[in-house]
Write a protein that binds this ligand. Structure first.
Ligand code: SAH
Length: 215
């Protein structure tokens, strides 16, 4: 695992691409600059690590496109010290970006092989993130409440348990839709518990599966 000048240069180009695509949040761009995305990809795809594309990570899953990671992280509006629940650890790349922003990240993954791989990679990077193997629909009630909740797979609906685990004033970002496409949705939980929803365009995620934990 080496982060060479070449990788850093490619990452700088990626940041320029994300800016031209409309990402303006400097803190998010800085975090993406700091995380070596190629550490989170299979060696067969290393040459593509800094293209703005999703790639297979095994178990039929993908590492999200950098633009999507930047877009979701921007919508989540995080600050250092916040407690974040992430559903869909996958490669652990998005987890690492949030950790670099100074957040305490709790991330859940339903595929055991991916969970184990992410645990290994993030511990090599001395990450403070806490990773769990389980069903994201249930969240992590014993660690709730969270300042922010981020779902990185396409959900057919908003899981009630995840809303319950969000602090009043907190924000949940979730791609909603059960077909190939999802609508990026941002939900603010108001002090009285009411929900304020806004939508932010169409994205494409792997599905959020229920009751189908696999090893
Ligand atoms: N954030 C990831 C993106 C991974 S793709 C990254 O940066 O690499 C979405 C992940 O969600 C997949 O790994 C998939 O296995 C996981 N997933 C799908 N349904 C889930 C569920 N119910 N609970 C937890 N994880 C789930």
């Amino acid at each position: 695992m080496i982060d060479t000048f070449k990788h850093q240069g490619l990452r700088r180009n990626l940041i320029a691409t994300l800016k031209t695509k409309g990402i303006e949040n400097q803190a998010v761009l800085d975090a993406i600059m700091k995380v070596p995305r190629h550490f989170f990809m299979d060696s067969a795809f290393l040459n593509f690590a800094y293209e703005d594309k999703a790639f297979p990570i095994g178990a039929d899953q993908t590492i999200s496109q950098p633009y999507t990671v930047a877009f979701q992280t921007d919508l989540l509006d995080v600050r250092a010290g916040m407690k974040i629940l992430e559903i869909g650890t996958g490669s652990g790349y998005q987890t690492a970006v949030l950790t670099n922003l100074g957040c305490k990240v709790f991330s859940v993954e339903r595929q055991k092989t991916l969970h184990k791989k992410a645990v290994q990679m993030l511990s090599k990077l001395n990450s403070t993130a806490k990773l769990f193997y389980g069903d994201g629909y249930k969240g992590l009630p014993s660690f709730a409440p969270f300042d922010r909740v981020l779902i990185t797979c396409g959900a057919p609906y908003i899981p009630e348990d995840l809303i319950d685990q969000l602090k009043p004033g907190g924000i949940l970002v979730i791609p909603i839709g059960d077909g190939d496409d999802q609508i990026m949705t941002r939900i603010v939980k108001k002090a009285d518990g009411g929900l304020e929803k806004t939508t932010h365009g169409v994205f494409r995620f792997v599905p959020m599966l229920q009751n189908r934990q696999t090893s």
